[in-house]
Design a protein around this ligand. Structure first.
Ligand SMILES: CC(C)(COP(=O)(O)OP(=O)(O)OC[C@H]1O[C@@H](n2cnc3c(N)ncnc32)[C@H](O)[C@@H]1OP(=O)(O)O)[C@@H](O)C(=O)NCCC(=O)NCCS
Length: 161
């Protein structure tokens, strides 16, 4: 089930959020991001939205935030970010969250969705987004300093709605 995230969900989100960010392999957030800052960055308020995907027993499996990608005359393009608990990947949560974000963006009247910084070596994310109709518009050469692979590309991915 996917529902709106509340501040009460943060203690369940932070452990896997922290693990993903600290690994430094998939997000351009500072690897030492503090919990309070992370909560302020992640838990968006209307008209933007943050959701959690929960199991039948209420366990938080993953989370997504969705928002305008730019302001003013660029505000008709949406963006979104996704994190699934690394211990619970590969069971369709990421796909469900991404489909939910696309539906939200359509309902909000956005014209397209854009991801600004998809690490080229992040195969599950690139595969998921391409399977949902996104394509790589371009790649910032060596735009990401991967802790294992070294400098790798950073994709801008886009999908009209
Ligand atoms: C990317 C992420 C959100 C996917 O979540 P998930 O719950 O594992 O997603 P799903 O179970 O829906 O699987 C998504 C697809 O990835 C595929 N996949 C998994 N590992 C893969 C790999 N190494 N190479 C290619 N595809 C892979 C799955 O097979 C699935 O595709 P399918 O439905 O066609 O079989 C999750 O891995 C995650 O949170 N990663 C860390 C944070 C992150 O990278 N966020 C996105 C930043 S742009």
């Amino acid at each position: 089930m996917i529902r709106d995230a509340t501040p009460e969900d943060w203690p369940a989100i932070w452990p896997f959020f922290h693990r993903i960010v600290r690994a430094g392999e998939t997000f351009t957030y500072p690897v030492d991001l503090a919990a309070d800052t992370a909560r302020d960055w992640w838990l968006l308020t209307a008209p933007n939205r943050t959701v959690v995907a929960v199991d039948e027993d209420g366990t938080v499996l993953g989370t997504a935030k969705m928002n305008n990608n730019q302001w003013g005359n660029g505000a008709h393009i949406a963006s979104a970010s996704f994190m699934v608990d690394p211990d619970r990947t590969g069971r369709g949560t990421g796909r469900a969250l991404c489909e939910h974000a696309l539906q939200w963006a359509r309902q909000q009247g956005f014209h397209a969705m854009q991801f600004n910084a998809v690490v080229a070596t992040n195969a599950p994310a690139v595969h998921l987004y391409e399977s949902l109709g996104f394509r790589v518009l371009g790649t910032v050469p060596e735009g990401f300093r991967h802790p294992v692979h070294g400098p790798v590309g950073l994709h801008i991915m886009h999908r009209p709605l």
